[in-house]
Structures are given as structure tokens and as C-alpha cells.
Design a protein around this ligand. Structure first.
Ligand code: ZN
Ligand code: FE
Length: 478
């Protein structure tokens, strides 16, 4: 990926300018995520040699390894880039479908013309259009790199019709059915889906918590409640059992929207307590500096953070958030990102997928099965919907993309845990042994949320015990 190479080059240059000696064997591993981990050392002006042994020591200090953090430049993209991007997405997702038994008759769309009438066939395609016939059957258009074809889902097959009613544009599915003249009559639809995975348990007595959507700088920021959380995490608040719980926390994830930002929606300016973005991050860092430094804080950005909206969003920049970079236990990653936590001798650790959740609004608004079952009040449905599609934002309209050679929003590897934010409503559950978390928030209801009918549920803190995989929710609200 061009962006990764550029990021590496810049990062290496930066380290060299600081007088760091770099062993050639580790050059491949250097990126902006690593720089953020090295920041405290660099600030102190300590001299060191960056080699394998040093890197190992660094990741063991917190047992956090950044598996994927993106830093793609967003400039100079044209139509060809988008074509390559969607071709890559198609390939990534069709690889997840092609070995399924339902796809045993699979042919390319262009080969359908060679098949006889009423022959049983399967295709894999990207949903490029969803329409209704005049008889109220669903007519999909499916595309693969060889061509496109119409697919009819008849309303007589009620189960299939209901499933097809939840389809979203640009997702990649498998369809089995019978061949017609320039049309396919569907008998089943296959999604990439999620298999049941092993429920891993750490040999260590550690736990992780998930925060998101602090919105520092907003008049609605719940400072008093957040300070209660800080007291607890320092072991100064709660029963003996609750203090024990706090001591076990080793990993603190913050899944975006650390600050409220400036100019995010019309009229926001009047709702800001701190109207300067730098000062917002300053205050945010001041609060997070009160978290004990033996706990790793892993941060990805959200749509209120002062960055481009197009995803993947790069890690918060040092220019913008320098007070955060000064904290020795902060690890910055992109949105989305994948990290591994808790790896220790003989135990491979947990893979965690982080995604702020900007695309969720689209699916709540457009997918009837989500909207009619609670919408924003039912984060479980949203997360399951996207996992089934193995994509964080399948529809083009649901977020802005930075087209890259590989679609970073495809969920290629199944994570042990999937942490999200954005909808300000906490949920914590196990789905096929994946721990799914929708983060709460630290902001009371804003006028904007009032208008769009959001019911936030602030000040909840989901805790995952990594030894038992038990989950619970603490409430620091009134
Ligand atoms: Zn938010
Ligand atoms: Fe958000």
C-alpha cells in the first residue's frame, strides 16, 4: 500500500532527525503508531538503538501490538482508484464466500449465457441496485468483474424475501437459483457471515474497558461523572470488590470522539464550553493523565475529532493532539484499526477490532429491520448486521472512503473483540464468541440529538475480564 510506504518513510526520517539509530532489520516495522509509542522517550531526549530486542521490550511494556493502523493520504484520487478499490473489495469478500458449499455451482456472471434455461447456478456479486418489479417482487442487480445480471426474489418465498429486504447497496453476496433469459431466479442468498470461534481466555488476571465519545469541550461534557470514573480507576472509589476490579484493568480503549470538535454541525459553536480545538485536546489530555500509567490507553479517532472524515481516518496527529502524545501510556491508532492485547508466553493474546461507527447512522436510517427493532436503541442489531456482511460500511453512502489497494473496511480476519462508539448507547454481548461492545458516552443529550431523536445513555463503562471473559457494565451516572 502506497500510504503505508509513505508513512514508513516519514516515520524513519523523523526518527533519524531525532538521532535515533535504526537497525535495518526493523525498518519494515516503523510507522506512525510506533512513533506515538516512542514519543515519551524522544521527549526526554533519551538515546537508544531501535532494534528487535528494543521493540520486543516496548510491546511487552504494555502487551499491546498494533496489527493494522492506516495512514493513507487522501489527495489525488480519481475514478480509476475507485474502480480498483471496489474490485479489491469484491475479491476480498468473494474469497470469503467461494468455499461455501452453497457456492458449488458458482459461475462468473458472463458465463450465465452459456447455461441452459432452468439450470441450477450460483453467482457471487456486488449488489449495485435494489428495485421492485411491478408485481412487488425484489429485483436486484448483481455485478462481478465480468458483467452484471438481474436477480429476482419473489415475494412468494416469504423467508427469502424478508432476508432480501435487508440488503444494502454495494454489499457482496452469493446467490443460488435457476437460470432464466438474462435473469436469475434466486432460491437462496449467502452472506460472508461469522463462524463460531474459540472463546480464548488469558492466563493472566487482567481486564479491559471500553470508553468512547468523551466530547471534551462540549457544554454537555459530563466532567463530574468522568472524574468519578477517574477516582474509581485510581482505586479511590467504590467497595473493596470495585477497587479490585479497577486494579485489574490493564487496557483502556477509547473508540473515538475524544473531543467535541469545532464546526461539526450547524449551531454547535454555541454549545461549546471550549471553542478552541487545541484547548479541547489539552483538557482531554489533562483528564487522561490522571489514569494510572501502568494501564495502556489505546486511542482511535471519531468523526468529532479534528481530522478528515474519510475512512480509514489516520491516527490523531501530533500537531493537533500533542498533549496526548506526551502521555507515556497512550497508543494512537487509526479508525478502523486492529490491535493485539495480552499476548504472553504461550498465549497468543486477543485481536481487537476498533471502529468508531460513523457508518451506523446510515443503516439505522435505511435498513427497515434495524429501524423497526429499536434502531439506535439496539446497537446489537447494527453490529451483527455489519459482521454478517464482513464490512464496516458496505454502502457507498454510509461513509466516505479513501480508496486504497485493499479495502481496509472489509473485516477479513475475525477478531476476538469488536469495540465501537458513536451511538452513545452502551451494549455488551457475546456473538459467536466475539465480544461486541458499543461504547457509552460522557455527554448529556445535545440539541442536535434532541432533533434527531437520539436517547444517549452516558457514563457507562463496559468491563471485560480477560481471564474469565465475563462482562459487566459499571454506571458512573447520577
Ligand atoms: Zn460521539
Ligand atoms: Fe461519533
Amino acid at each position: 500500500m502506497g500510504g503505508e510506504i509513505l508513512d514508513r518513510q516519514k516515520s524513519v526520517e523523523f526518527l533519524l532527525s531525532k538521532g535515533v539509530l535504526i537497525s535495518p532489520s526493523v525498518v519494515e516495522k516503523i510507522n506512525s503508531g510506533l512513533i506515538s509509542q516512542l514519543k515519551p522517550l524522544l521527549e526526554k531526549g533519551e538515546s537508544f538503538v531501535l532494534d528487535e530486542a528494543f521493540l520486543q521490550g516496548l510491546s511487552q511494556a504494555f502487551n499491546v501490538e498494533i496489527l493494522r493502523s492506516y495512514n493513507e493520504p487522501s489527495s489525488n484520487r480519481d475514478v480509476e482508484d475507485f474502480v480498483a478499490f471496489f474490485n479489491s473489495r469484491f475479491k476480498q469478500l468473494s474469497n470469503l464466500l467461494i468455499h461455501r458449499p452453497e457456492m458449488s455451482n458458482k459461475v462468473s456472471i458472463s458465463r450465465l449465457v452459456n447455461k441452459s434455461d432452468r439450470e441450477a447456478v450460483s453467482i457471487i456479486g456486488l449488489v449495485s441496485n435494489i428495485a421492485f418489479t411491478k408485481n412487488n417482487n425484489i429485483k436486484l442487480t448483481l455485478e462481478d468483474p465480468t458483467g452484471s445480471i438481474g436477480v429476482i426474489v419473489t415475494k412468494r418465498d416469504t423467508q427469502l424475501f424478508r432476508a432480501a429486504s435487508s440488503l444494502t447497496l454495494d454489499e457482496v453476496i452469493g446467490v443460488s437459483g435457476t437460470n432464466g433469459k438474462n435473469i436469475l431466479f434466486a432460491s437462496s442468498i449467502t452472506w460472508p457471515g461469522i463462524p463460531l470461534i474459540d472463546l480464548k481466555k488469558s492466563p493472566l488476571q487482567e481486564s479491559a474497558i471500553v470508553l468512547s465519545d468523551l466530547h471534551v469541550g462540549s457544554k454537555n461534557f459530563l466532567e463530574k461523572e468522568f472524574k468519578k470514573f477517574l477516582s474509581w480507576i485510581n482505586g479511590r472509589l467504590g467497595s473493596e470488590a470495585q477497587v479490585k476490579l479497577a486494579n485489574k484493568v490493564k487496557y483502556i480503549f477509547i473508540v473515538g470522539d475524544l473531543v467535541d470538535g469545532v464546526g461539526i454541525y450547524p449551531g454547535q459553536y454555541n454549545e461549546l464550553e471550549i471553542k478552541d480545538i487545541y484547548k479541547q485536546y489539552e483538557m482531554c489530555a489533562e483528564l487522561l493523565s490522571q489514569i494510572p500509567q501502568d494501564k495502556a490507553i489505546i486511542i482511535c479517532p471519531g468523526n468529532h475529532d479534528a481530522l478528515r472524515l474519510a475512512e480509514p481516518q489516520p491516527p490523531l496527529s501530533i500537531e493537533l493532539a500533542s498533549p496526548l502524545y506526551k502521555l507515556p501510556n497512550v497508543i494512537m491508532v487509526s479508525n478502523p484499526a486492529r490491535v493485539n492485547i495480552g499476548r504472553t508466553g504461550g498465549f497468543e493474546g486477543f485481536d481487537v477490532l476498533l471502529y468508531h461507527g460513523y457508518s451506523f447512522d446510515y443503516y439505522v436510517a435505511n435498513i427497515e429491520s434495524i429501524r423497526n427493532s429499536g434502531g439506535y436503541n439496539n446497537p446489537e442489531l447494527i453490529l451483527k448486521y455489519l459482521l454478517q456482511r464482513r464490512h464496516l460500511a458496505p454502502s457507498h453512502g454510509s461513509t466516505l472512503y479513501v480508496p486504497t489497494n485493499i479495502d481496509p473496511l472489509v473485516i477479513e480476519k475475525i477478531p476476538d473483540m469488536f469495540f465501537t462508539g458513536h451511538i452513545h448507547k452502551s451494549a455488551l454481548f457475546n456473538h459467536r464468541n466475539i465480544t461486541l461492545v458499543s461504547g457509552s458516552c460522557w455527554q448529556s443529550k445535545t440539541s442536535f440529538q434532541e432533533k434527531v431523536g437520539h436517547e444517549p445513555e452516558p457514563c457507562r463503562v463496559p468491563i471485560i475480564d480477560l481471564h474469565t471473559r465475563k462482562m459487566r457494565l459499571l454506571n458512573f451516572g447520577g
